[in-house]
Design a protein around this ligand. Structure first.
Ligand code: CA
Length: 227
């Protein structure tokens, strides 16, 4: 049974979440604040955490940082906050995905399934060296990309960027994470680099670069590879 830890201080929302999750055969624990959440996470070892950022006793981002000190369990953030900086802070602290309130229960459940599935599958198994989409193929071992049977030339920087995204299918990677990984620690705010390089990658890989199907922008936040 998949165990979910719901961290949320709104009792009505907790009730709705518990009912919906139990109906889908999830085992659910609920914590009304950050302190209880950290205690329950250690005691119950949930498979996934659904975390509200606005908690009565501590900031949700600090809950994420505390959890990431010892566990890789996926964290799906619930946020009423419109400001994308808050969500980016949560993602940079180690959250896996976010959903903005108000949300539909179906959407939340789909994100939850995806988060759990990713821990079962990803990061890509070591033997996975070939990533195939309907439009292009990436050979991670040979460091080659091909489209319509023809090799595509990628620069080392383009390759590095693409590699991070395709190795984390479906996952939102923040601008800062990509910049620091590809360019280095002091480049965390050079988002214009990303715009330029992502545009190049799309021109080389996407059938319609203006309406990308695989290399998706999450405005103000980051990028996602949709396989
Ligand atoms: Ca709240």
């Amino acid at each position: 049974m998949t165990r979910v830890l719901v961290v949320e201080d709104d009792p009505q929302l907790v009730r709705a979440l518990v009912i919906n999750m139990q109906a889908r055969k999830y085992g659910v624990d609920a914590a009304p604040d950050g302190t209880t959440a950290l205690r329950l996470a250690a005691a119950r070892q949930p498979d996934v955490v659904v975390l509200d950022l606005g908690l009565p006793d501590m900031d949700g981002v600090d809950v994420i940082k505390a959890l990431r000190g010892w566990t890789r369990t996926p964290i799906l953030v619930l946020s009423a906050r419109r400001a994308s900086e808050e969500k980016v802070a949560a993602l940079d602290a180690g959250a896996d995905d976010y959903i903005t309130k108000p949300f539909s229960m179906d959407e939340l459940m789909a994100r939850l399934r995806a988060a759990v599935r990713r821990t079962e599958e990803a990061p890509l198994a070591p033997e996975t060296t070939l990533v195939k989409t309907d439009d292009f193929t990436i050979d991670l071992l040979a460091k080659k990309a091909a489209r319509d049977g023809r090799d595509i030339r990628l620069t080392p920087t383009e390759w590095h960027l693409l590699e991070i995204l395709v190795c984390n299918p479906g996952r939102l990677i923040t601008q800062k994470q990509l910049l620091q990984e590809v360019w280095g620690a002091s480049y965390g705010n050079k988002t214009n680099y990303l715009r330029v390089y992502m545009a190049q990658l799309r021109r080389k890989l996407e059938t319609d670069p203006a309406h990308p199907r695989y290399l998706i922008t999450e405005p103000g936040m980051g990028y996602r590879f949709e396989p």
